[in-house]
Write a protein that binds this ligand. Structure first.
Ligand SMILES: Nc1ncnc2c1ncn2[C@@H]1O[C@H](COP(=O)(O)OP(=O)(O)OP(=O)(O)O)[C@@H](O)[C@H]1O
Length: 240
């Protein structure tokens, strides 16, 4: 595997009930980059993410994350991956701080930077409030905090800003950029908010009907589509 790559996927196939939902899919993500993963509803983004973190096993093909087979070495990779996929599940009766403490101990880490991470995601004022009393946006923020608190090398976020208020969206944007630029993290994120992805990503991957059809540097897209990512996306999906 190319050492510059954090993720390398070759000829990946995933079937559910004999139906192929991921089809001969190839994908490569450069280390320390922010990879914006785009695709229509049902195209396969979440399924690919679950395969990358070893939550699903591939039907065929190869997935290497940090040079390791993601399913075979999922225990070893766990500590190096942070993820938020679908609705995060928490200990509802506990505070956000207690939830992060449990997560860190699960990861075998004693010293975390819980207070500063809670500040980063804007949850530093919630005190002892149990998660059961959190709003949807607060849960999303806590999901992001849990994904980053153990300082993973790779961060995989499925629609991380969906449900956040405008300030939260802006804060997360600068948090993600800083994690990639200053903390050597590689970030893969999916979003339907193209203007958001445009602000954060270095590379765009587009998945259509279970296979990645394009992987392009955002700068290349900006040169070709100065009016924005939306035009590029429609062009790829509809050939317009
Ligand atoms: N456990 C499952 N069993 C059967 N089919 C599944 C399962 N999980 C996903 N699928 C199917 O796989 C396809 C891809 O779903 P996936 O959730 O990966 O899409 P997505 O790109 O994340 O969509 P969205 O943008 O709507 O979140 C869909 O057709 C979905 O119905």
């Amino acid at each position: 595997m190319d050492r510059k790559m954090a993720v390398n996927v070759e000829n990946l196939i995933k079937t559910f009930n004999q139906q192929e939902v991921i089809k001969s899919c190839n994908m490569s993500v450069r280390r320390n980059s922010v990879y914006g993963f785009l695709g229509a509803n049902g195209a396969g983004k979440t399924t690919v993410f679950k395969l990358l973190i070893g939550l699903l096993s591939p039907t065929a093909g190869r997935i290497e994350v940090l040079g390791m087979d993601s399913f075979k070495y999922r225990e070893k990779l766990l500590r190096n991956i942070g993820s938020m996929i679908e609705t995060p599940v928490f200990y509802e009766h506990l505070s956000c701080k207690a939830n992060l403490e449990i997560h860190l101990s699960y990861m075998g880490m004693k010293d975390g930077n819980i207070d500063s991470v809670l500040k980063d995601v804007g949850l530093n004022v919630t005190g002892d409030k149990p998660v059961s009393q959190f709003s949807m946006g607060m849960r999303k923020r806590l999901g992001i905090a849990r994904a980053i608190v153990h300082k993973p090398k790779i961060l995989i976020l499925d629609e991380p800003t969906n449900g956040l208020d405008p300030l939260g969206i802006r804060d997360m944007r600068s948090l993600f950029r800083s994690l990639a630029d200053n903390n050597n993290m590689t970030i893969l994120l999916s979003s339907h908010i193209l203007s958001e992805v445009e602000h954060i990503a270095d590379t765009i991957g587009v998945i259509a009907d279970g296979t990645v059809v394009e992987e392009v540097d955002l700068n290349t897209i900006k040169n070709k589509y100065p009016d924005g990512l939306e035009n590029y996306f429609f062009h790829v999906l509809r050939g317009k």
